[in-house]
Ligand binder design. Structure first.
Ligand code: NDP
Length: 475
């Protein structure tokens, strides 16, 4: 029988996705630009299911039942365009091309548009969970048309991760919606990791705990509200001992965090949407700073820090840091969901925000117990203006905020950078402030640029004649 689905691009992700499909009983046609990867897949894993190896794209297309479903899993960017360009002339009306790579959602919108004009369906699907997830059940965030999703759904929901019987795969919305949400997932992952790193840094440098003691703290935290994949693997990384030095593994790793770009994209787009994503922005900047060797070298040992030592109670401080971490994390998610809501409005995607939290409960890097809380929050109120005003979140932060403030204070006094904790706290305080100093900014803008201002007590725009009689005029 002809294959039900095809995968082209058989590096770690594509190979494992193809194996996942085959292991779940689907007949899979496979292809890779260089044949070696295809041969290796068949040789090593051919026994796992029904594979058809294709030497080139025409053979791949030929192997499929119609409407054809082809997953493209190649390097994002130009390679994806190259494969699509080669594929399109081989396809017939109604066929479905799925880009499961890490595409920018704007590229996905462009590609969807171009294929639609040719009578083809294009589905930009975010896939998270790395190679392990691709094999055993990723979190899948598909965009594209309802029709295309309906055709793919039986396969995608079968191979996706499952939590409590539910698949971590939901049709996100039209065109680029899936890739947008995947990008946001990565942005939140950046923020999450930065906050974890700050918690570690404070425990290490304010309390003077060893890496393995901090591993125990994270292990303990993983039994409560913070329970998540990232907290779990933090304990694992911190307990790792380096073979050659016998010291903590984390001490021999060069302290320059790298980035592939999805965190930066998230922040760039949030700037365009006018949505503060300070947790993610600080995470991206912190990685940039860590890699800025020239300026770090010039400053280390030269710029003075605090003179005194800060002393805190060990158990109390650990508990404070836990609260700071959880509260800052809630802010990062609240900001992330604000960005999804804003993009959904801007692009007409009609995204179900609560459903996004369910997609992330399994398979992906940010999988966490508390994502259920986000789903519940949107179940209570689908039009929730901010996650932070939902009762659960409100109470969680209310319980933690004094501790959070102490931690930010201690970090500043001790000279330990905590940009994620402090920016998130400032966002929280900004959000709840009755009056913001934005009024002064409007005053300044009116003085130097006649940019006008609104009043609290009357409708209209006004301008003060700053250089003349200082009388107010209608603008
Ligand atoms: P890579 O991103 O390293 O891409 C390698 C694959 O792309 C190979 O199959 C390669 O073929 C193919 N390729 C590159 N250029 C071309 C081209 N011009 N024409 C045809 N094929 C080309 O592989 P990964 O498996 O790591 O990732 C695949 C996609 O999944 C990427 O978009 C990535 O961003 C995304 N992704 C990756 C995750 C991960 O954890 N690695 C997680 C989630 C998404 P060849 O063998 O012939 O060189």
């Amino acid at each position: 029988a002809p294959a039900q689905i095809a995968v082209t691009g058989l590096a770690v992700m594509g190979r494992n996705l193809a194996r996942n499909l085959a292991r779940n009983g689907f007949r899979v046609a496979v292809h890779n630009r260089s044949q070696g990867r295809t041969d290796a897949l068949i040789e090593e894993f051919g026994h796992e299911g029904e594979f058809t190896a294709a030497a080139d794209l025409p053979a791949l297309v030929e192997a499929l039942e119609t409407p054809r479903k082809i997953i493209v899993m190649v390097k994002a960017g130009e390679p994806t365009d190259a494969v699509i360009d080669e594929l399109v002339p081989l396809l017939s009306e109604g066929d479905i091309v799925v880009d499961a790579g890490n595409a920018h959602f704007a590229d996905t919108r462009r590609r969807e548009d171009a294929l639609k004009a040719k009578g083809l369906h294009f589905v930009g699907a975010g896939v998270s969970g790395g190679e392990e997830g691709a094999l055993n059940g990723p979190s899948i965030m598909p965009g594209g048309s309802e029709f295309a999703y309906a055709a793919l759904e039986p396969m995608l929901t079968k191979i996706a991760a499952h939590v409590g019987g539910e698949a971590c795969c939901v049709h996100v919305g039209p065109d680029g919606a899936g890739h947008f949400v995947k990008m946001l997932h990565n942005g939140i992952e950046y923020a999450d990791m930065q906050l974890i790193a700050e918690a570690y840094d404070l425990l290490r440098h304010v309390l003077g705990l060893s890496a393995s003691e901090i591993a125990d703290v994270f292990r303990d935290w993983n039994t409560g509200d913070l329970e998540s994949f990232l907290i779990e693997i933090t304990a694992e990384v911190l307990s790792q001992v380096d073979e050659s030095t016998g010291g903590p593994f984390v001490d021999v790793v060069l302290d320059r965090a790298e980035q592939k770009g999805t965190g930066r994209w998230t922040v760039q787009i949030a700037l365009d949407l006018g949505i503060p994503v300070s947790g993610m922005a600080e995470a991206v900047f912190a990685r940039s700073l860590s890699g800025d060797v020239v300026r770090r070298e010039a400053a280390v040992g030269s710029l003075p820090g605090p003179s005194g030592k800060v002393s805190v109670d060990r158990e109390a401080f650990i508990e404070d840091v836990r609260h700071a971490l959880y509260s800052s994390k809630l802010v990062a998610y609240a900001q992330g969901f604000d960005a999804i809501r804003a993009a959904s409005e801007q692009y007409g995607w009609n995204i179900d925000l609560g459903a996004m939290a369910t997609i992330w409960r399994g398979g992906c890097i940010i999988r966490a117990r508390f994502l259920d809380r986000i789903k519940e929050a949107y179940d209570r109120d689908a039009d929730l203006p901010s996650l932070l005003v939902d009762d659960y979140f409100k109470e969680a932060v209310a319980n933690g905020q004094e501790a959070w403030r102490r931690v930010v204070g201690v970090a500043a006094a001790a000279g330990v950078p905590a940009p994620g904790f402090s920016a998130s706290l400032s966002y929280y305080d900004g959000l709840r402030a009755e009056r913001l100093p934005a009024a002064l900014i409007q005053g300044l803008r009116d003085l130097f640029g006649a940019h006008t201002y609104h009043r609290v007590d009357r409708e209209g725009s006004f301008h003060l004649d700053w250089s003349g009689d200082r009388k107010e005029h209608d603008a």
